[in-house]
Write a protein that binds this ligand. Structure first.
Ligand code: MN
Ligand code: MN
Length: 279
């Protein structure tokens, strides 16, 4: 991967590297997100739509991103080190990784690599769940735990969570322990902090959307964002975005492909927001 990237990068100037991480061994309830990366790409390129962002650019025009394809990963936690390693390679050639998951366990590995390059990393996390469990069912590498791992490693100096509607007593304690800025759905969407003065990483869990808009996720949690609200929030982000992921699409619960199309749309708007910020 390192050599391939260096070759590609020597003759092109794309700011963003798209990479798929087909991994769902961190899932606590249902498998399926490992199948998602090619379906997000297919939705993005569906002839039923087009590749122009609402921000006014065709994201598929040359010069915006390189698609590195999907990483070949084992179906166990050995995959996690490979994910970190490949994010390292992307950062080595000065590119911005945009990862397609996969379940949310991948984010701890991605951010571990991001933190080696960015000492003062801020994270904006969209999710129904805070994912702050110290361990779930005895598993500290569960998709319910990545932000506990990130904060205890000191990989991020600020974590802002949006869309949360499943806080437990334990996770409230964890949020206080790590100084996490949790913005719950019940408190509304006005006055969300969307301006960042440090390198910003964005993690987008598809279940932040209400299951009425995005049924193809493992954990149906009612009371979430509309797709429209999520796009508006992405467009409103101010700051220097240095990486992002889109996780938790579960194609096994998405027979009509509605959630894949929502993921394709979020991918496109996120990519456009990153690209318009660096060009
Ligand atoms: Mn999550
Ligand atoms: Mn979630």
């Amino acid at each position: 991967m390192r050599e391939t990237l260096q070759k590609l990068k020597s003759r092109s100037k794309e700011p963003v590297a798209v990479i798929g991480f087909p991994y769902d061994a961190g899932s606590s309830f249902l498998r399926g997100p490992a199948d998602a990366p090619p379906l997000i790409r297919a939705a993005h390129r569906s002839p039923s739509a087009n590749t122009w962002s609402e921000l006014g650019i065709d994201v598929d025009a040359p010069g915006n991103y390189l698609d590195l394809g999907d990483l070949d990963l084992p179906d166990d936690t050995d995959a996690l080190a490979l994910i970190s390693e490949n994010i390292d390679h992307i950062l080595d050639v000065e590119m911005i990784p945009l990862s397609l998951g996969g379940d949310h366990a991948i984010t701890a590995s991605i951010v571990k690599a991001m933190a080696t390059k960015y000492a003062d990393l801020h994270i904006l996390h969209f999710d129904a769940h805070p994912d702050l469990y110290d361990a779930l069912d005895g598993n500290p590498l569960s998709h319910a735990c990545p932000f506990a791992r990130i904060m205890e490693n000191g990989s991020a100096s600020r974590l802002v969570q949006i869309g949360i509607r499943t806080m437990t007593g334990h996770q409230r304690e964890q949020a206080i322990r790590f100084g996490v800025e949790v913005h719950e759905m019940k408190d509304g969407l006005d006055r969300l902090p969307l301006s960042f003065d440090s390198p910003l990483y964005i993690s987008f869990d598809m279940d932040v959307l209400d299951p009425a808009f995005a049924p193809g996720v493992s954990h149906h949690e009612p009371g979430g964002l509309s797709t429209r609200q999520a796009i508006d929030l992405i467009h409103a982000i101010k700051g220097h975005i240095v990486g992002a992921d889109l996780v938790e699409l579960n194609p096994r619960r998405d027979p009509l492909g509605i959630t894949a199309m929502a993921a394709g749309k979020i991918f496109k708007e996120l990519l456009a927001r990153i690209v318009t910020g660096v060009k």
